[in-house]
Design a protein around this ligand. Structure first.
Ligand code: TRP
Length: 364
């Protein structure tokens, strides 16, 4: 069986280092290692509209932003297919058929949807929740299955979506006695802290709306300002005081991004992060020191990304040509799957000539 990876992002804002650590880095690795036969990355504009119905302009404005972030971070348009969700008309049709296989309570039990409902301030009794929003996990199952994807590189907030997709694959294949849908698995980052990076303020999630994100496209000055304002250990007041590493965002980010090589270059007093952590816990390491180190680490990662972005900003037309090709390829694959789905369900009336014969015989 071919290995096909698919993932995507909602185009509602620029991508941040949480996206990078959680999934984008993994995608670039998958792309370059040849671990899969095919990598699809979808700009999930249809999904973005499920809670931005009143603001399509925001979605429109962020399509190219997100694509620029991808290619700046190392996605190669000659190796990876990037496409736009709303351009693939088979997806809403597939979604419609899957909707019959999922109950309402099952949808609303989805922990990610639940959290998002609370966070968007929809009525807690769910009466204010748009149908399209509650339905987006089903639409995501259509995204994944339409491309026969078996590997889904995501952060761990997306696990409930993959679980929902697996249930739909099982239900569909069972119901229609077929094996046409492929069972997907999530691909999570090996490094635990990368699965869900906290914001610079220490809150659980890095997000645009919380204003606690470091963006891939941030300038060096912006990154510096953000890192030096970061939440550390409120009880670590004097340099001599013992400091806490647990819950200290600077250390969480160092866990996610620093390597022994970074220590050699920027902090040679220590060989690795374990040594630095011990010294910090013991006392004698100031927050300025660890923030300066983190700043150097982040700049080492972000500078080449920023530079590539500047280059690609001059090539928007070329990028558009690639995306158009991506859309065509995506449509071809999704149409094929839709054909299989219709056939499995027996609603392929006009591509299956037994239908006409059967009906003629019935009335004769
Ligand atoms: N839900 C994902 C997000 O919010 C975006 C997404 C849409 C996606 N369809 C997908 C991710 C299919 C993986 C696979 O970021």
């Amino acid at each position: 069986m071919a290995n096909i990876a698919l993932t995507g992002d909602r185009p509602t804002g620029r991508l941040h280092i949480g996206h990078y650590a959680g999934s984008l880095k993994e995608r670039v690795a998958i792309q370059n290692s040849g671990a899969v036969d095919e990598l699809f990355i979808m700009i999930a504009d249809t999904q973005a509209l499920t809670d931005n119905a009143g603001n399509p302009q925001k979605v429109r404005d962020n399509i190219i932003e997100v694509i620029l972030d991808y290619i700046s971070a190392g996605i190669d348009l000659d190796k990876t297919t990037i496409f736009i969700q709303s351009e693939v008309r088979a997806l809403p049709e597939i979604t419609t058929y899957y909707m019959n296989l999922v109950t309402l309570p099952r949808l609303l039990r989805n922990p990610t949807v639940k959290a998002e409902i609370a966070y968007r301030g929809f009525d807690s009794d769910t009466k204010g929740v748009p149908v399209g929003f509650a339905n987006y996990p089903i639409s995501q199952a259509a995204d994944i299955t339409a491309f026969n994807a078996n590997r889904i590189p995501v952060g761990d907030d997306q696990l409930p979506m993959i679980e929902q997709t697996r249930e739909i694959v099982r239900a569909f294949n069972n119901q229609y006695n077929t094996d046409c849908l492929v069972m997907p698995d999530a691909v999570l980052p090996k490094n635990n802290v990368c699965k869900r990076l906290p914001g610079i303020d220490g809150s659980l999630k890095m997000s645009k709306s919380l204003g606690n994100a470091i963006y891939l496209a941030d300038t060096s000055e912006e990154v510096k300002k953000k890192i030096f304002s970061m939440y550390t250990d409120p009880n670590h007041i004097r340099v001599e005081d013992p400091g806490k590493v647990e819950g200290n965002v600077v250390f969480t980010y160092l866990d996610a991004f620093s390597t022994d090589e970074h220590f050699k270059r920027f902090y040679p007093e220590f060989n690795n992060l374990d040594e630095l952590k011990k010294a910090y816990e013991h006392g004698g390491i100031g927050d300025m020191k660890i923030k300066t180190f983190l700043y150097n680490v982040m700049e080492d990662i972000l500078t080449p990304i920023r530079e590539r972005r500047k280059e690609y900003e001059k090539k928007i037309e070329l990028i558009f040509d690639y995306i158009k090709k991506g859309n065509e390829k995506a449509n071809k694959v999704a149409d094929e799957t839709l054909g299989k789905i219709r056939k499995a369900m027996g609603i392929d009336y006009f591509t299956d000539d037994t239908f006409v014969k059967e009906q003629i015989e019935k009335y004769n």
